[in-house]
Design a protein around this ligand. Sequence first.
Ligand code: PLP
Length: 427
Amino acid sequence: MNGFNYQEDRLHCEDYPLDSLAKTYGTPCFVYSASAMTAAYQTIKAAFECQNPLICYAVKANSNLAVLKQLCDLGAGFDIVSGGELIRVLRVGADPSKIVFSGVGKQTDEIEAALAAKIKCFNVESEAELLHIAAIAERLDTKAPISLRVNPDVDPKTHPYISTGLKESKFGVPMNQALRLYTKAQSLTGITVKGIDIHIGSQITQLAPYLDALDKMFSLIDQLSNQGIILEHFDIGGGMGVRYEQEPDFPIDALSDALQQKMADRKLEIILEPGRYIVANAGILLTQVLYTKHNESRAFAVVDAAMNDLIRPALYDAVQAVLPVIAQTNPSERFEIVGPICESGDFLAKDCLINLESGALVALASAGAYGMSMSSNYNTRGRAAEVLVDGAAAQLIRRRETIEDLLAAETNLDTVTRAPLATISAR
Ligand SMILES: *Cc1c(COP(=O)(O)O)cnc(C)c1O
């Protein structure tokens, strides 16, 4: 993981020790390294230097305003999937001409807001959506710039829940409907055809699925061009995998080389939509052991973070390393790290070689992507705090949610006394 290291036996984020951070901000707490995010962004930028692509960070991976601001300042555009994410990126000063809008279910108010903001492109996922966007644009006397998300039917060989480019999936339009839909799109008053896009899955570690998809798409692009449909851009999506355990480094340079070679002399602006690649290894989830318990076959450490904070282990069987905040030389026990939630699926890590006792602090590694952004209030647990570290400085970028925050949106019953709430702490 970039940005995290042991200095004098204490785990640090950059130059800030995580045990002091826990004292100041409490646990559970997501901690992000600003320089690790910058480094990952620059790695992509450098690898694709030849194509000079528009890098649209996929906001859903980690949508904290401070994270978005940092990427915006680095020159990133954004890939959004909701009206809420549109508001987030506009709030940090994103250039609308660098925003693309993905997602299978864009709603009327979201489409109107994106048209009003003059975003770069709607990544359209079906004929019905195309017609709906066209009708709204026409009513507002404008034109919606669109790209069709084509489903290239390739197997990204990742977890089924994050495979999106197989023909059985709900995403995109089938290859064999693309020509008809582009022809249709061109005939609609409210539409300007701009490009084509794919996004074949997430946490992809191999090159082959991308190569297959690129071949299929370039042949489709040529077929369209023969029919007089000339596209300005090709958005190859995100999905570049990161190392959680033993995964190899994603072959980012090889992908860029292959793209350059396959693109030949076609004139196309390239767009990328990386999410996980930029933030996953720039963050950890800091948590404290509440209790340890042993049954016949297992040892459990019950920690103050849970599946509502980090759902990847429960949802995707994801494995994230567990790092002791105070370094251990000879760990001898094997623990399952579990949360306080009333579900057997509430585990954060299994079979960890580590010594733990109550009060110990641990970091769940690689929690910068799809951690906080997928968190919930299940069990009426306030969401964790988020802290951004830059060098030796730490900044609270989202305060811990209070119980009052959670109840505020609900009908307040007069008979319910509010008195005890203030005394219940953050989690
Ligand atoms: C989620 C998503 C991404 C980002 O995926 P990562 O695996 O995080 O890179 C990019 N594009 C689209 C359309 C997405 O839905």
